[in-house]
Design a protein around this ligand. Structure first.
Ligand code: NDP
Ligand code: KPL
Length: 326
């Protein structure tokens, strides 16, 4: 059994998948759940994966962080729309010398987390994963799975490859999860947004899968324009995304199985959208540097309209951070 203990905050499509792989490889993993708590505490987790199905009949399941032990690595795998819960649920589960590993999509989340637990190390992970939760405690892993890890330092100064990143990478690799180490977390986050901003946004607004967006000449052009605008955003924070990376993302998506993005799945299920973490924070970072990103802003405005409608229907609040009135 590995020496590092893990807590998973949010045992859904992503947290359930990676957490189960870590446990299967012999690591001690503690899973925080909400609506699936009873099912998972009684019957464990079922993972259907293109790399091989498996079940974990018994897992350490919790519905309350106060009952969890403090762990060496706390994996944040909630939707960012739930991040307002972090000041309450993060401090009880993290050891003083622990690491918070943020596996969510978006920008600036590590900065927000450093305001909550400023004394511990924070590592960000960019997950190239296609996974869905299909029933309580039942995860379907469709494709990919690689994580790019980068450590956070205040103002996103590059940290290089740290020993902590290497230790965590070793556990993940032993669990069959492919890991890449990044010297500069902020660059890694912008690169992930090159994909998420066009595809997540347009899939919702145009009601389309990735293959449909790539098959039409007009939307393909729009995707590409948005990718270049993300690169402008990155440049405004001193990070250079080479043109070749944009071409790689375009051809990667053409080869990808027809895919409904995670934001489209949330929209179809009438769940709040991760608009602020992905779009709002990117706009704000660029704006702080005096750079306007008009096409991304237009997506943001349309998504806010749709998100507000969902929230009104549900009568719940999307408490994602951000001013919400860009
Ligand atoms: N799925 C994927 O393939 C990928 C996801 N990501 C990112 O990963 C993050 C997580 O996404 P994903 O796993 O898909 O989302 P899911 O909705 O599948 O998982 C989030 C989980 O958090 C749980 N949760 C919510 N509130 C609480 C709470 N108060 N206490 C305990 N658990 C709670 C939810 O439980 P309940 O269902 O009961 O509300 C849910 O199971 C997002 O930022 C997403 O963008 C990034 C790349 C790929
Ligand atoms: C890039 C992709 C498809 C998988 O990592 C994703 O992040 C998403 O659907 O939100």
């Amino acid at each position: 059994m590995g020496d590092i203990t893990y807590a998973i905050l949010g045992t859904g499509a992503l947290g359930g998948f990676y957490g189960a792989k870590l446990q299967k490889a012999g690591n001690e993993v503690h899973f925080l759940l909400k609506s699936d708590y009873l099912e998972v505490s009684q019957n464990g987790l079922v993972i259907e994966s293109k790399d091989g199905d498996f079940t974990l009949p018994q897992v350490l399941a919790y519905s309350d962080v106060e009952k969890m032990p403090s762990c060496d690595v706390v994996i944040v795998a909630l939707k960012t729309t739930q991040n307002h819960l972090l000041p309450h649920i993060l401090p009880p589960v993290i050891k003083d010398d622990g690491v918070v590993l943020v596996l969510q999509n978006g920008l600036g989340i590590e900065e927000e987390i450093s305001q909550i637990v400023g004394n511990v190390r924070i590592i960000g992970g960019l997950c190239f994963l296609c996974s869905n939760k299909v029933a309580p405690g039942h995860i379907r892993h469709l494709d990919y799975g690689q994580i790019t890890l980068g450590e956070y330092k205040s103002n996103y100064q590059p940290t290089g490859i740290t020993e902590k990143m290497q230790q965590i990478a070793e556990d993940f690799q032993n669990a069959g999860i492919s890991i890449e180490l990044a010297e500069d977390l902020l660059l890694g986050r912008w690169k992930k947004l090159v994909w998420n901003i066009p595809y997540n946004g347009l899939s919702v607004i145009l009601n389309a899968r990735t293959d449909e967006l790539m098959a039409d000449v007009h939307t393909r052009q729009l995707v590409e324009q948005l990718m270049y605008e993300v690169a402008l955003g990155a440049k405004s924070t001193g990070r250079v995304i080479p043109e070749s990376f944009i071409h790689t993302m375009l051809s990667y998506t053409i080869k990808m199985k027809p895919y409904r993005t995670s934001m489209k799945i949330d929209f179809d299920e009438s769940r709040p959208l991760e608009v602020e973490a992905i779009f709002g924070n990117s706009l704000r970072k660029a704006e702080t540097a005096g750079v306007n990103l008009p096409q991304i802003r237009s997506l943001y405005q349309q998504l806010k309209f749709l998100d507000t409608r969902i929230i009104r229907k549900q009568g719940t609040g999307n408490r994602e951070q951000g001013t919400g009135n860009r």
